[in-house]
Design a protein around this ligand. Structure first.
Ligand code: ATP
Length: 288
């Protein structure tokens, strides 16, 4: 099947910048994938998301080379508004993204711009709020919401447009661990229930690894790894090389594996570590 996102040898340099923000980046995303993008500050993660939703090259000047194909359409040849029909965007700071005084109006905003009929707008607002688990917020003022609620409203507004692909740039950077988990649970529902393709930039590697099917690591504008999370944690140097620590449960199991004690698949979650350790313990412990 054709990829829904194809990035081919993409390079981008901001005006007057000494070096490129992205350099020869190539990867593909298939329909229904849940992909994470991580890397240190300045690695080019935000620039890459701007290339995916067409803000680069349409609204940001700079030297652009290579190709970005969204559902087979060249981002250079198609307008941002046209791309927005296939790819929804959620940015880091919901404050900057939310423009309307009430939750209902915020979600209606994008739909009105697409000239969707009022009864259909009403239906889509209900559907999006229900799906994101914030139906009770429909009539609330956007200024009264917590950071986590605002971020979920921003996701609901993007989802109401029914994009096949959702791209999020550090959507949990302002959130505590509970808010972070809530956002990722919402993304899981969108991915599993609606088969939406999700691409999320995230630095909180522990949470990210539990949800994604593949992790792309950027460093200084280049792609340094593109593998499933279990392959990444079996090579801890990949994360350490970009200043990120592997999840503690994975690190522990990796250490035990090196010492010849842990023989199971490396765990990504505490739950997986628990069962893996229990199996190893029953093998080794039985010989006491
Ligand atoms: N508008 C801009 N003009 C000039 N240079 C920019 C601009 N935006 C980003 N850059 C530079 O491009 C490079 C990549 O930045 P980018 O914001 O894409 O990285 P990032 O990985 O998202 O970083 P962070 O995690 O800090 O958000 C950096 O060197 C940054 O300074």
């Amino acid at each position: 099947m054709d990829p829904v996102i194809a990035v081919q040898n993409l390079s981008f340099t901001y005006p007057n910048a000494a070096k490129p923000a992205l350099s020869g980046v190539t990867f593909q995303v298939a329909a229904g994938e849940f992909v994470g993008i991580t890397g240190p500050a300045g690695a080019g993660k935000s620039t890459l998301t701007l290339c995916l939703n067409g803000i680069i090259p349409h609204f940001q000047e700079g030297a652009f080379a290579g190709k970005v194909l969204i559902q087979g359409r060249d981002s250079f040849a198609v307008s941002c508004a046209e791309l927005a029909r296939s790819i929804g965007s959620v940015f880091q700071d919901p404050e900057a993204q939310i423009v309307a005084p009430s939750v209902e109006e915020e979600i209606a905003f994008g739909l009105e711009n697409l000239a969707v009929d009022p009864p259909e707008i009403d239906r889509r607002i209900d559907e999006a709020l229900e799906l994101i688990g914030i139906a009770g917020l429909r009539h609330r003022s956007t200024t009264e919401l917590s950071g986590g609620q605002k971020q979920r409203v921003a996701i609901a507004a993007a989802v109401a447009l029914q994009p096949q692909i959702l791209i999020l740039d550090e959507p949990t950077s302002e959130l505590d661990p509970l808010g972070t988990m809530e956002v990722f649970e919402v993304l899981k529902v969108l991915n599993q229930r609606l088969k939406m393709t999700i691409v999320v930039v995230e630095q909180k590697i522990n949470t990210l690894m539990e949800y994604i099917g593949r992790l792309i690591i950027l460093k200084a504008g280049t792609l340094v790894a593109d593998q499933p999370p279990r392959a990444i944690i079996s090579r801890p140097e990949l994360l350490l090389n970009v200043g990120l620590k592997p999840p503690p449960v994975s690190e522990l199991a990796f250490g035990l594996q090196e010492a010849g004690f842990y023989a199971e698949e490396l765990p990504l979650t505490v739950d997986e570590a628990y069962w893996g350790l229990l199996k190893c313990f029953s093998k080794h412990g039985g010989q006491r």
